[in-house]
Design a protein around this ligand. Structure first.
Ligand code: ADP
Length: 312
């Protein structure tokens, strides 16, 4: 559905995107992760044909975005970062304008407009200029223009950036629904979003592709994969008991809330052994949790290694 080969963008001496190749298959929701300035937006702009690459190619359903831009763009919906342009237009005017650009006419046009207005709950704000809308509504208008022609491929640049927690939840629910029928790339620096929405993750930093995996496989790379975290009123004896277990590499104490985390040696399953040692020692435990891993830690490790490698 989407394919990039050696995609590269240089701005003078800066290589913003450096030889990035990947394929996204139907049904995949790809989280495009990276710190600010990693090259996420630049990559998306090249895939969607808004920016010409310095080298390499991008294809959408087999159509080269440079050589067959019209065929490729017909299959694409793109939500650029930030608010929609044309802020002085009303929502209805803007959507009509997009329908014109997409060459939607007659009954198909009416149905397409009705469908996105209903789906994104834009009815109450149709006559309002986009500039006067809240951020949440602006984002919904952006998503509406991206899906108006019902494209099989969606490329969304930071779709929940700058929204409050309720709006984030709302947009995520919507994206989850839309992703079921489409191939989607979502760029974000919000890790919970990846966990909530994506079945594949690419991590880039300093323009380079550093990881391409499922969220589960990335979690398995975490030092907290299969760690056991607990809280107890007897932290010191419990810490000692946990540390004595052969499968436990180390016990961390959270300076903030005092919880203990037993780190599993080589990702071993230590949950049973931990339960046993707690029971046999008759320790009081308030809460006991098996961890899947921490994406933030994996993300930090991967991206920091990459940026510290960059020669001075
Ligand atoms: P991200 O979306 O991951 O935050 P961007 O793709 O926006 O990253 O930017 C990647 C790098 O390219 C950054 O260092 C940014 O400053 C630089 N950059 C982006 N656009 C331009 C431009 N038009 N001219 C020069 N440098 C740019």
């Amino acid at each position: 559905m989407i394919e990039t080969e050696h995609l590269t963008k240089r701005y003078g001496p800066l290589t913003a995107v450096d030889d990035v190749s990947f394929r996204v298959e139907p049904g995949q929701v790809l989280g495009f992760l990276g710190p600010n300035g990693a090259g996420k937006s630049t990559t998306m702009k090249m895939i969607t044909g808004f920016l010409a690459p310095s080298a390499g190619t991008a294809r959408v359903c087999g159509h080269d975005i440079q050589r067959e831009p019209l065929s490729a763009k017909r299959l694409l919906g793109y939500l650029p970062e930030g608010a929609p342009s044309y802020g002085e237009m009303t929502v209805a005017g803007f959507l009509a304008f997009v329908a014109d650009l997409r060459d939607l006419r007659g009954e198909r046009r009416r149905q397409a407009l009705d469908r996105v207005i209903a789906r994104l709950h834009l009815g109450p704000v149709l006559r309002q200029p986009i500039d006067t809308l809240s951020k949440g509504f602006k984002r919904r208008v952006g998503i509406a223009q991206a899906i108006l022609h019902d494209p099989p491929v969606l490329i969304l640049d930071e779709p929940t950036d700058g929204l409050d927690p309720n709006q984030k939840h709302e947009v995520r629910t919507l994206l989850g629904e839309m992703a079921a029928e489409r191939t989607v790339i979502i760029s974000t620096h919000i890790l919970e979003e990846v966990d909530a929405l994506c079945n594949r993750v690419i991590i880039i930093a300093a323009g380079r592709l550093l990881a391409d995996d499922t969220p589960q496989a990335l979690l398995a790379r975490s030092r907290y994969h299969r760690a056991v975290t607990l809280s107890t009123p007897q932290p010191e004896p419990v810490r000692q008991a946990l540390a004595s277990l052969p499968g436990v590499a180390e016990v961390e104490v959270d300076a903030h809330d005092g919880r203990l985390t037993a780190i599993a040696r080589d990702g071993q399953n230590i949950f049973g052994a931990v339960q046993q040692v707690l029971q046999s020692g008759n320790f009081q435990v308030r809460e006991l949790q098996l961890e899947r891993g921490r994406l933030d830690e994996v993300f930090r490790r991967i991206t920091q290694d990459a940026t510290s490698e960059v020669p001075a």
